[in-house]
Structure formats: structure tokens, C-alpha cells
Design a protein around this ligand. Sequence first.
Ligand SMILES: O=C(O)[C@H](CS(=O)(=O)O)OP(=O)(O)O
Length: 238
Amino acid sequence: MRLDIVPIVEETHRELVEGRIVVVIDVLRASSTIVTALASGFASVIPVDSAERAWQLRSPATVLAGERFCEKIPHFDCNNSPTELLARSDRGKQLVLTTTNGTRAIEQARLAHAVLIGCFLNASATIRHALSYQRDITLLCAGTRAQFALEDGLAAGCMTDRAKQLLPQLSVCDFAEAMSASYLYERERLRERLEQTTTGRRLLQHGFTADLDYCSQLDRVDLVPLVKETSILPHLVS
Ligand SMILES: O=C(O)[C@H](CS(=O)(=O)O)OP(=O)(O)O
């Protein structure tokens, strides 16, 4: 079995997706928002590529979430913000989500055998579940606005490190080795590191300090979101 990391969504090649287990990683903030929504009682998340499409899905059973340039989309219920979702009570509803990078990365993974959503919040559960398929794995880092995002690389490095502990014979690409080493170097100061990244600085400028605190927590939940056709559903890993 082999594990590769794709550093940004723009570098997704068909051979790194088709038939593989793909983990979409967008720590700040789409993956963290999806994990939090499903862990706090939403029945499903519907990722969509535009605000217009999200608006078409508006109903009493849906909550519309999304951002453009970090700001909440006008007339939507909430931002792409995990802490904003935590403060709501929407059990059983569907979250319709559109974001700058994360929802686009999910679309790029559609030829995979299975698509999982991962971040620091569910890192160990995600890699355990990915390994259980006994297929090659691709950790697809969403990046930010066509550039590599260090927070995604560090989460992918964390998952690589966990995967090598669980399956020592796993073959990993050189970039995964580098990200695993970076994660081991930074793991005691993830929160500080996150606020120095490009997206972290941008979120701080927009006042989302609570999201940075929250998204830097490791293994808060054992829940792995799984993409099933047009929806994302929760899967509990034991
Ligand atoms: O809302 C976010 O955190 C980001 C905004 S940015 O474009 O990376 O600044 O979107 P996401 O799709 O969650 O990366």
C-alpha cells in the first residue's frame, strides 16, 4: 500500500484519485466546519460550488453556510465557521456549504473509491478509517487560493505519521515524509503555527480567533465525514 500527499488541489492528477481513498484536508476551515457540523447533529452536509446553487437548496430543513474572502455570504445563515456552528442547535438538518477552496477540492476527488474529510479535529480516526479499505491513499490538501497551505500540510503530516505507526510497511512519497517530519517538529505548538500561516493571518484579520483555537485541536472527535454522491454523511470510527 502507498500513501501520497497532493499539496494543492490544482495539482490533482487522475492517477492520484481514481480507485484510491482520498482524504480532503482543508483545516482552515472547510474540513473543520464539515466535521463539526456532523459531530454536532447535522444529518448531512451538501457541498456546492456557488452561492446561487446553495440558495436554490434553501428550505426549512437546510442551513446555508459559506464564505467568500472569509466573509459570510449575504443572506446566508452562517459563515464557514466551525465555532459559529457549535453555538447553534440544528439537529437533523442539512448544512449546505460553499467555500473558496474546500468544496472545490471535494469536487476534484469524485473519481475516488471513497472520499473522506479530514483535519486536526479527526486526524487519527480519519487515517484509521482510510487504512481500513486496504487501498492506496491520497491526502489531498486543498490549499488556499492556488497556493500550498501549511496547516493542511501539517495535518497531512500528522496523518502520515499515524499511518506509518499503524502500518510500518506503508510506502509514502517524499513530500509525505517531509510533512510528517514538519508535523513532528511543530506538534507541541500547532495553535501558534496556525496563526502564522497565510490563511491563519487572514482569519485573524477578520476576527476569527476562536476558529483558529478550535481548528488546532487534535483528535477531538472519532467521526469521519464520508462523501456519498452529492452529500457528506457521518461515520463513527470505533
Ligand atoms: O473560509 C475559509 O476559512 C477559507 C477562506 S480562504 O480563501 O482560504 O481565505 O476558505 P476554505 O475553502 O475553507 O479554505
